[in-house]
Design a protein around this ligand. Sequence first.
Ligand SMILES: Nc1ncnc2c1ncn2[C@@H]1O[C@H](COP(=O)(O)OP(=O)(O)O)[C@@H](O)[C@H]1O
Ligand SMILES: [Mg+2]
Length: 352
Amino acid sequence: MNIVVLAGGLSTERDVSFVTGNGVANALREHGHKVILLDVFMGYSDKEEDLTGIFERSMEVSVKPAGITAQVPDLSAVKKSRKDQSGCLFGPNVIALCRMADIVFLALHGENGEDGRIQAAFDLFGVKYTGTGYLGSAVAMDKSLSKRLFAANGIPTPHGIAMNKANCQWDFRKTGLSLPCVVKPCCGGSSVGISIVRTEEEYQKALESAFYWEEEIILEDYIKGREFSVGVMEGRALPVIEIAPVDGFYNYKNKYAQDGAIETCPASLPEGISIKMQHYAEQAARVLGLDTYSRMDFIMDGNEGIYCLEANTLPGMTPTSLLPKEAQAIGMDYGQLCEEIIRISLKKNPTA
Ligand SMILES: Nc1ncnc2c1ncn2[C@@H]1O[C@H](COP(=O)(O)OP(=O)(O)O)[C@@H](O)[C@H]1O
Ligand SMILES: [Mg+2]
């Protein structure tokens, strides 16, 4: 097949996305596909060009990503570096190349990729893509909305409230929550802007750092315990993976550093607990409308209480990512996982 792997973009997870994209592109090439790795924002070439036969030159045309540093990328520098300074997210030739592909593998993470807007645009352009459609993506991206749907459907989630900059309660005592608690941007990812608040003094700083990224944030009970994640493919849960960050919580650095966290899959849990978590993951995918693949994050407290934190609709596929490790546990290697994602995505929307 001729495949565009779409990565980069303008979210805080730009660099992570390139690493996902590079991994996916290489694996699909090994399986015999012609793959162009494309930066959705920077696009390909700013000259008028005949694109006929471009998949024959796919390696030369592909971006060569640099990797993930410990810092979130400087997005304003990325914005300034594009020759055409239009407000269009899609860089030169992106739509044309995507329309020429048999399928676009979405290796994007975060805003403009995981939030459903690209999916909606692609639906209108008749472009086939991997993963959940626009509506499920948009709902899952919003942690506040997801939590309400979890709660309404019997999926336990930490008690919390949403606030935006305009109606924010800066006095912690008036929030009705107790310490410690967690402050996070409503639609972010990769733990960017998240703080664990242990004192009232820390609360205002946490608000400021979350509002730096977004207008809307959530404030929820801190759950002390073990962290897990469960991938779901076509409605069926993969084995549970446990993540034990080496220090602190599962923050940006621990997520992408080679030794940032110890991951165990299948997790060492009593069978009944694993089954319960897998059941909640499947339920979460169902109530949010995530029909191809997704990955739900959980925390379990000291009393075996399970809480679903969030759903990821384009889970990471970097070498340190969780979903490939879960697939490995059922004997599916990285390349097979990429193929499987394509297969179920094409099956979902055969006529798009
Ligand atoms: N309520 C909570 N209690 C304890 N830790 C939390 C809580 N919410 C988030 N965290 C920590 O922050 C990390 C990221 O939170 P999450 O809600 O999964 O957002 P994202 O991964 O999209 O940034 C979690 O993996 C966990 O380490
Ligand atoms: Mg998470």
